[in-house]
Design a protein around this ligand. Structure first.
Ligand code: NAP
Ligand code: HSE
Length: 442
């Protein structure tokens, strides 16, 4: 008979309850699930009503007791936050226990330290649920796409903001009301500013970037803009110009004369960013709506491959957590957990990576100017762009009234440095009142 594997849950909230629900109903699922047993569960409030009933003697308010419990062989960290989550993960590793976590905030900041400790201890720290909710993207990047030279990873990787943007665009729904719905549905982070300010997406693209390009990057240096300042008129104008607006996270290899793709000893420059971006309506990412996420990976020789599915919520996220538990359980049952880690499952990095200066990142841009409705203003704006070598794809005056005009410009691809120089010159024009919006554009 197979040995039972004790699971210690750190957290029984949205994701933890989803995991407990799968583990408590093994019928019709992978046979190994029947060998997994919830041994101990940490919560903050023992009296809080839960969507799943567990034996009350399993619950504790002491998360360290879960990690230290001799009946716990795999620790599942689904409590969130940086501390005490990081310390508990390190403690579990120190005790020789593998860890499954959905916590992208911890992994994006402390992933290197955690991976090094896990490798030294001969245990796994698996993170499939940390990016893309239920979408398998971590293991594909580690394993299935390993033969590719990845050029670019572009993703809608925050379910809350995609849900908000979709309902605002499709129903004209109110921002705060939809955010409240996203919280009630269990999509949002404990502090939803992490979602709407783009920080959660920045954590996730830092993790994807590390896997795709083979080395950790400085999470704190990622240029990040969320949707909290996005105005509905820009979504309307984008629609009229045949675009949708999505919060996109992008990580792209920047090849410079000093960087050889064959030489892993040189540091790989990467352009990484998170920002609201206009997406042409016929682009594969444009049809990704609601809480769904999608990650488009471009590599050589595969070309483009897109991973799509529910990006947040109890069931989808628990699906990813349980997949990781099963990987670890399968290896344990084969008695191969003696310090010889499966190189495809274990974390690895094979080169140094660094972010390029934000001014060197190249992209297309959407800009909305508030101006006087004066003759010649479009021409003068065009000249300022031309002086900096910024080529314009379209320039449209949308709304002329006594109060002024709104001029919307979409540029061709240009460096952020040239764009900023042009915007400085334009805002110095006497007819220009200011830049009302500046978004990316695919
Ligand atoms: P949640 O609903 O707020 O649940 C957190 C759980 O952890 C709660 O059960 C809470 O106890 C417990 N907890 C928190 N701090 C604790 C402490 N110091 N000691 C003991 N227990 C503690 O959060 P969630 O939405 O499940 O998210 C959990 C993690 O998964 C986060 O890292 C999040 O980023 C990640 N994630 C979430 C989703 C999603 O869709 N929600 C998707 C992917 C990844 P009480 O219940 O008693 O308060
Ligand atoms: N708050 C996150 C989101 C949860 O909305 O995408 C999934 O990581």
């Amino acid at each position: 008979m197979a040995t039972r594997i004790g699971i210690g849950l750190l957290g029984l909230g949205t994701v933890g309850a989803g995991v407990a629900s799968i583990l408590s109903s093994p019928e019709g699922r992978h046979p190994l699930i029947a060998d997994l047993q919830i041994a101990k569960v940490a919560v903050r409030d023992l009296n809080r009503p839960r969507p799943i009933e567990l034996d009350p003697s399993l619950l504790t308010t002491d998360p360290q007791a879960v990690v230290d419990d001799p009946n716990v062989q795999v620790v599942v960290e689904v409590m969130g936050g940086i501390e005490p989550a990081r310390t508990l993960i390190m403690r579990a590793i120190g005790a020789g226990k593998s860890v499954v976590t959905a916590n992208k905030a911890v992994i994006a900041r402390h992933g290197e330290e955690i991976a090094a400790a896990a490798a030294a201890a001969g245990v796994y720290v698996l993170i499939e649920a940390a990016v893309g909710g239920g979408i398998p993207i971590i293991e594909p990047l580690k394993q299935s796409l390993g033969g590719n030279r990845i050029q670019r990873v572009t993703g809608i990787i925050n379910g809350t903001t995609n849900y908000i943007l979709t309902r605002m665009a499709q129903e004209g729904a109110n921002y705060n009301a939809v955010l409240k719905d996203a919280q009630d549905l269990g999509y949002a982070e404990a502090d939803p500013a992490a979602d709407v300010d783009g920080l959660d997406a920045a954590d996730k693209i830092a993790i994807l970037s590390g896997l795709a390009f083979g080395g950790p990057i400085d999470r704190s240096a990622i240029p990040t803009a969320g949707i909290s300042a996005l105005q509905s008129r820009d979504v309307d104008y984008a629609t009229q110009l045949d675009y949708g607006v999505k919060l996109l996270a992008t990580a792209e290899r920047v090849d410079s004369p000093n960087t050889s793709t064959a030489d892993s000893s040189t540091s790989q420059p990467l352009a990484v960013s998170v920002q609201p971006t206009l997406v042409p309506t016929d682009h594969p990412l444009a049809g990704v709506n609601g809480v769904n996420n999608a990650i488009l990976v471009e590599g050589d020789p595969i070309g483009r491959v897109m991973f799509y599915g529910p990006g947040a919520g109890a069931g989808p996220t628990a699906s990813a957590v349980v997949a990781d538990i099963l990987n670890i359980a399968g290896i344990r049952q084969l008695n191969d957990n003696d310090g010889n880690l499966d190189p495809l499952l274990a974390a690895s990095s094979w080169r140094a990576c660094h972010l390029v200066e934000s001014n060197a990142i190249r992209q297309r841009n959407y800009v909305r100017f508030n101006t006087d409705d004066a003759p010649g203003v479009i021409g003068r704006i065009g000249s300022c762009f031309g002086d900096q070598g910024v080529s314009i794809q379209s320039i449209v005056q949308f709304d002329a009234s006594d109060a002024g005009a709104e001029i919307v410009v979409i540029t061709h691809e240009v460096s952020n440095g040239a764009m900023q120089a042009a915007l400085s010159a334009i805002t110095a024009l006497p007819e220009v009142r200011g830049v009302a919006a500046h978004l990316g554009c695919l």
